[in-house]
Design a protein around this ligand. Structure first.
Ligand SMILES: CCCCCCCC/C=C\CC(=O)SCCNC(=O)CCNC(=O)[C@H](O)C(C)(C)COP(=O)(O)OP(=O)(O)OC[C@H]1O[C@@H](n2cnc3c(N)ncnc32)[C@H](O)[C@@H]1OP(=O)(O)O
Length: 189
């Protein structure tokens, strides 16, 4: 109930879990080979912010890529690196993923990544999509999607890879796999 109440206000959620937060900056980074070609562009603000409360062993990952947390190659690369860093910290037992954007958890895959791009870029993009759900689904941490806004298509996919989903009670927030309406069908794997 406390989490549900906190979900109604985003500040409430971070307040609930970050009263004594500190970032685990002493972790050595181990980046999956799939992610190596992508380098973080330090001229843009981070798309992912992580607060780790060592007293509870719970990390909160805030997705903060305006306007709608669309899952671009850069976004997914940052997210995967953040998950990987937390995974290596054995004191981190739980991960809550939520949105720092109003009204939207994630708009799903970034549609602008799907046209006018080179085959190499498209390959890297789809690998990063796969890497995201494999990392979350295979995580040793208990993962929770705190869905505080609409979460269509890839946003729903991301939420489904978590162990638990809690969605803010608001009739204007939608969730579902609507991507078939765009002609995008999940491939067999
Ligand atoms: C090998 C691995 C296999 C994996 C299989 C995967 C299977 C496929 C899974 C998923 C596919 C997808 O995710 S395709 C993407 C589908 N997404 C959508 O259809 C969402 C579309 N967006 C919306 O419904 C709404 O934008 C919203 C409900 C998310 C928010 O509505 P709101 O009214 O608040 O905001 P706007 O609609 O005005 O949008 C603001 C702004 O954001 C841009 N936008 C929205 N969605 C996307 C997106 N997905 N990608 C890129 N950009 C997006 C929108 O164009 C607006 O931009 P401008 O302000 O510039 O106009």
């Amino acid at each position: 109930m406390a989490l549900r109440a906190a979900l109604r206000s985003r500040s409430g959620l971070s307040g609930l879990l970050s009263q004594r937060s500190s970032c685990s900056s002493d972790i050595r980074m181990c980046v999956s080979p799939l992610l190596v070609p992508q380098e973080r562009n330090y001229s843009t603000p981070p798309k992912i912010r992580v607060e780790f409360d060592q007293s509870t062993g719970v990390a909160v990952m805030h997705m903060q890529s305006p306007p709608v947390n669309s899952l671009s190659l850069d976004f997914l690369t940052e997210l995967c690196i953040s998950v990987e860093k937390l995974e290596m910290d054995k004191s981190c037992r739980g991960l809550i993923i939520t949105s720092a954007q109003p009204k939207v958890f994630s708009a799903g895959l970034d549609i602008t990544e799907m046209y006018g791009k080179s085959p190499e870029h498209c390959g890297a993009f789809w690998r990063s999509v796969q890497e995201m759900w494999l990392k979350l689904y295979g995580s040793n941490m208990v993962t929770i999607a705190a869905i505080n806004g609409s979460s269509p298509a890839g946003g729903c996919l991301m939420a489904m890879t978590c162990d638990y989903r809690i969605m803010a009670d608001n009739p204007r927030y939608n969730i579902g796999l609507n991507e078939t309406q765009l002609g995008i069908v999940a491939p067999f794997w």
